[in-house]
Design a binder for this molecule. Structure first.
Ligand SMILES: Nc1ncnc2c1ncn2[C@@H]1O[C@H](COP(=O)(O)OP(=O)(O)OP(=O)(O)O)[C@@H](O)[C@H]1O
Length: 461
């Protein structure tokens, strides 16, 4: 999208202009949409009396904000609740609970009549360019529908405005009287975009806007959305099932798993140092175009099985049944979405690239042991190394103000060079509790304890 988004600056988190104000400072300034505790449960009913016997917890308590002018990417496997989230925040579906605030106005419970004026400002682009256009209507009629519905008469008339919109999205104004079947998938998606932009919305939620298109066409449509954002000052929420589409266009990315946001970070932080193991797994699935980086430590992490059912999600951390780091606390206690680094929120007891949040919990669950078999050794080693390095850095920073940077660097080297086992120990010794007063040296018994408790696991590693 904007130049800032296309260039990755090493080590420096990229934040859109509007987002440069600190999180707290921008309590609402610069925030277009705020979502708090949002849930959407679909009731499951049975019998003649249609009694509710359960619920599909498609979205199960999410919080995030969308800042003016930014692109927020939302990723996760199929069934994670992304589309439901998109339909609820645009109020095409009612939420079960939580609040949605748009430009400071609570829109959670507005009825259709009260939502109508807001429909101009909040638009959605749908995944299927074939199903989302009525085959019996001409392109002119489809793109002019928002004007009719809102009773808006654009300057110069509807026809002229629609032709301008068609041109804007790269179609010929002469296509006005043609029908959807006369267009290719990419062209149809452009028509969908023209329709969404007709009333100059402030927020556009695009649900997998390119996944139904050929790869060669995907880039064209993404670039078009990109250019339009700059030209019209749009704010986007772009939903995708993998990171390959959103990685280039998003300012920030929310990773969803089974109805929850497990990580939310600016793009650079997410790519340079993903913290949730699920994010890391999703990232490892994206092909790396740089041949120099191929064959390095970025090996593919295979996740076991499918996303569990949202009718009865796993207890504690919902990812624990597929996570190679899961310990008992992951099964029993749901990790909160916590800001571990500025601008990077993560919900994990044993995050990647950060000190362990539950260092006392060292025995892997049996599921995790099986899952670890699918994770390349290099990834496991790297994971232990980076966590230990961060833990050492934090400990050094806390113990010595003046010499911090030097000390931290040295201890990084020492830990990482010794390999996974040693660094794992260091990582485990510096936990959340220890971090509060982290003067203690690393407890070297930790890895031994782990190996003792779980010999299979230690050999796996
Ligand atoms: N109207 C509905 N009634 C009942 N269950 C629903 C309904 N809509 C969605 N679901 C369920 O909610 C869960 C989340 O679906 P959703 O479509 O939001 O996920 P998603 O991450 O967007 O997946 P996909 O990429 O496949 O669309 C799924 O288990 C789905 O079956």
């Amino acid at each position: 999208m904007s130049e800032t988004k296309k260039t990755d600056t090493a080590g420096q988190a990229e934040v859109p202009r509007q987002a440069q104000a600190s999180e707290g400072d921008s309590a609402d300034r610069g925030v277009l949409l705020r979502v708090e505790g949002l849930t959407k449960h679909f009731p499951i009913k049975k019998g003649i009396l249609q009694r509710q016997v359960g619920a599909v917890k498609a979205v199960d308590g999410i919080d995030f904000e969308v800042r003016k002018g930014e692109t927020l990417g939302v990723v996760g496997e199929s069934g994670c609740g992304k589309s439901t989230m998109g339909r609820v925040i645009t109020r095409l579906q009612d939420p079960t609970s939580g609040t949605i605030t748009f430009e400071g106005q609570d829109i959670t419970r507005l009825n259709a009549g009260k939502m109508r004026p807001l429909r101009r400002d909040i638009q959605m682009i749908f995944q299927d360019p074939y199903g989302s256009l009525n085959p019996r209507h001409t392109i002119g009629s489809i793109v002019s529908a928002p004007f009719r519905l809102q009773g808006v008469e654009p300057e110069g008339g509807v026809k002229k405005e629609v032709q301008r919109l068609l041109e804007l999205v790269g179609l010929s104004p002469e296509h006005f009287n043609r029908y959807p079947h006369e267009f290719s998938g990419g062209q149809r998606q452009r028509i969908g975009i023209a329709r969404a932009l007709a009333l100059k919305p402030k927020l556009v939620v695009a649900d997998e806007p390119v996944s139904a298109l050929d790869v060669s066409i995907q880039a064209q449509v993404v670039n078009l959305m990109d250019d339009l954002q700059e030209e019209l000052g749009l704010t986007y929420v772009i939903i995708a099932h993998d990171l390959s589409v959103v990685r280039h266009v998003s300012d920030r990315i929310a990773v969803m798993y089974l109805g929850k946001i497990v990580e939310l970070a600016d793009r650079t932080s997410l790519y340079q140092a993903p913290m949730h193991p699920y994010t890391k797994a999703l990232m490892s699935a994206v092909p790396i175009p740089d041949p120099k980086r191929q064959g390095g430590k970025n090996e593919r992490i295979l996740l076991r099985g499918d996303v569990p059912s949202p009718i009865a999600p796993p207890s504690g951390c919902r990812f624990h049944t597929r996570c190679w780091k899961a310990t008992e606390i992951c099964r029993t206690t749901e990790p909160p979405l916590k800001e571990l680094r500025p601008g990077q929120r993560v919900a994990c007891h044993h995050p990647e690239n950060f000190e362990d949040q539950a260092p006392q919990d060292t025995v892997l669950l049996s599921d995790a042991r099986k899952t670890a078999e699918l994770v390349p050794d290099a990834v496991l080693e790297e994971s232990a190394e980076t966590s230990a390095a961060v833990a050492a850095e934090i400990a050094a920073e806390k113990s010595d103000g003046a010499d911090t940077s030097d000390g931290a660097e040295k201890s990084d080297r020492a830990d990482t060079s010794d390999g996974a086992e040693k660094s794992d120990g260091a990582g485990k010794s510096e936990g959340a509790e220890a971090a509060a007063d982290a003067e203690e040296p690393a407890a070297s018994e930790e890895p031994a304890k782990k190996a003792e408790a779980d010999p299979q696991e230690s050999t796996d590693k």
